[in-house]
Design a binder for this molecule. Structure first.
Ligand code: CMC
Length: 436
């Protein structure tokens, strides 16, 4: 971290001594004020629920400028990666710091491809779930269970274990997500086929059956690969911070990633793509495009508890660059499949139009986020709505691992342990039950 010449001085109105706080500069983005000695010197904590102003770590992986609508993986703009690279190259970039050359790409892809199968016992583990279980419930369990199957890669402090766990997780996530799907529809699992691309193999495991081969359309394969690239990492979001916090206790990588999957499930985070599609379905049932105005009034009414899912972002206050790319893919896929007149798509476009012009959204800088479009694309290519967030988890796994490995390799890393402002009862005595 590069120290700044500027120092911050904290002063108190009760005459307590001032405290100088060092400032560090990033390569781009806001500087940070180092408050690590604050408690030791003043006996006070900082208060920042939701981490609105808190940098929890230093990182070299992903950079977001929310005002400019910029997203960089290791310095490369997402727009260039989405057009010029595939997901395997993106994984290499996030994990090892740079884009691979042709030889490195071939060797990395071969390593991942070697690990696409899961232990055969996994299918018996799956059988313990109800057939109608939510795929994210199943996936949280399956990913956590990997630590019970791969004992040779559970030591988070061993770089070789971390490396093999990383490759295994990236390789096995598509297999696990497809298995979770096949289980819910009662079809046999389809084993991975290693001469297909990462996205193509996933599509086949999802949609082939033992009696009918699935032919992967190149447009769809590319669309899915783009979904994977756009979701691969996103800086210190809720699930990534969860993975870091979980891993900071020294737990194994599979357990830490399972924690990330669980966090991602929430509708304010990765669950938004599913919530967005369900919202579109609800408006459709209310009467479709004709009812958009009525629905928007509910969204703007603070007491209704209704949100426009797929809109708004904690960091992007201009536009979400991933949404722009996903919107393009959305049009490509719907054209390829002849679904331009799909009623839900039309409804989504109407919502988007109204929201972009409405004062409520304009004043609050609320724009469509990636999930607004990714749900429409996934539905068009036949992925069932409850599986959307599992696909987000599949794609984000590489980001979680890269962030986890970065944390473990950081000499400043400590177990994460936030403090609190206690506002409950001070000490009191327990009375015998008859006197309470
Ligand atoms: N619909 C209606 N109002 C909204 C929405 C929305 N989707 N998002 C924010 N607002 C309002 C919010 O009520 C608040 O209004 P006011 O200032 O009058 O109180 C204002 O906009 C600022 O919102 P906030 O809740 O302070 O913003 P936040 O940074 O805490 O929340 C968010 C960000 C993503 C959780 C939120 O925008 C949201 O719930 N959006 C819908 C869910 C969604 O699409 N999530 C996916 C995020 S992108 C994928 C990912 O990274 O996981």
């Amino acid at each position: 971290m590069t120290p700044s010449d500027v120092k911050a001085t904290l002063s108190f109105s009760d005459g307590s001594p001032n405290m100088d706080l060092p400032i560090y500069k990033g390569t781009v983005g806001p500087d940070v004020i180092d408050i690590r000695k604050l408690y030791g010197q003043t006996g006070k904590f900082t208060y920042d629920p939701g981490f609105l102003s808190t940098a929890s770590c230093n990182s070299t992986i992903t950079y977001i400028d929310g005002d400019k609508g910029e997203l960089l993986y290791r310095g490369y703009p997402i727009e260039q990666l989405a057009v010029g690279c595939d997901y395997m190259e993106t994984c290499h970039l996030l994990l090892y710091g740079d884009l691979p050359n042709a030889e490195q790409k071939a060797s990395f892809t071969a390593r991942v491809t070697n690990h696409t199968m899961v232990n055969e016992q996994m299918q018996f583990f799956l059988r313990g779930f109800r057939r109608d279980a939510h795929p994210m419930a199943v996936l949280t369990g399956l990913v956590g269970a990997l630590s019970a199957f791969y004992h040779d890669s559970t030591d988070i402090n061993n770089p070789e274990h971390r490396e093999i766990a990383a490759i295994r997780l990236i390789a096995k996530m598509p297999t696990l997500v497809a298995m979770a799907y096949k289980y819910t529809v009662g079809q046999p699992y389809i084993y991975p086929k290693n001469d297909l691309s990462y996205a193509g193999n996933f599509m086949r495991m999802m949609f082939a059956t033992p009696c009918e081969e699935y032919k992967v359309s190149p447009v769809i394969e590319r669309a899915l690969d783009r979904i994977f690239i756009l979701h691969a990492d996103h800086e210190q979001n809720a699930s990534t911070s969860t993975v870091r916090l979980c891993g900071s206790s020294g737990t194994n990588p599979f357990a830490a990633i399972a924690a990330g999957v669980a966090c991602l499930w929430g509708p304010a985070h990765g669950g938004a793509n599913e919530a967005c599609l369900n919202m579109l379905g609800d408006i459709q049932k209310m009467g479709g495009v004709a009812k958009v105005g009525e629905f928007m009034n509910q969204v703007k009414d603070k007491n209704s508890g209704v949100k426009l899912m797929g809109f708004g972002h904690r960091v992007y206050k201009n536009y979400d660059p991933r949404a722009k790319l996903m919107r393009e893919t959305c049009y490509e896929v719907l054209n390829e499949l002849g679904l331009q007149n799909d009623p839900l798509f039309k409804l989504a476009m109407e919502l988007e139009k109204i929201a972009l012009e409405d004062d409520y959204f304009v004043a609050r800088k609320l724009y469509p986020n990636v999930d607004f479009y990714s749900g429409i694309v996934q539905r068009a290519i036949g992925i069932p709505v409850p599986l959307f967030t599992a696909i987000f988890a599949l794609a984000r796994t590489v980001g979680w691992i890269a962030q986890l490995n970065e944390m473990i390799g950081d000499p400043e890393y400590k177990i994460g342990r936030p403090r609190q402002l206690f506002v409950g009862s001070p000490t009191r005595d327990v009375k015998p039950i008859g006197q309470r």
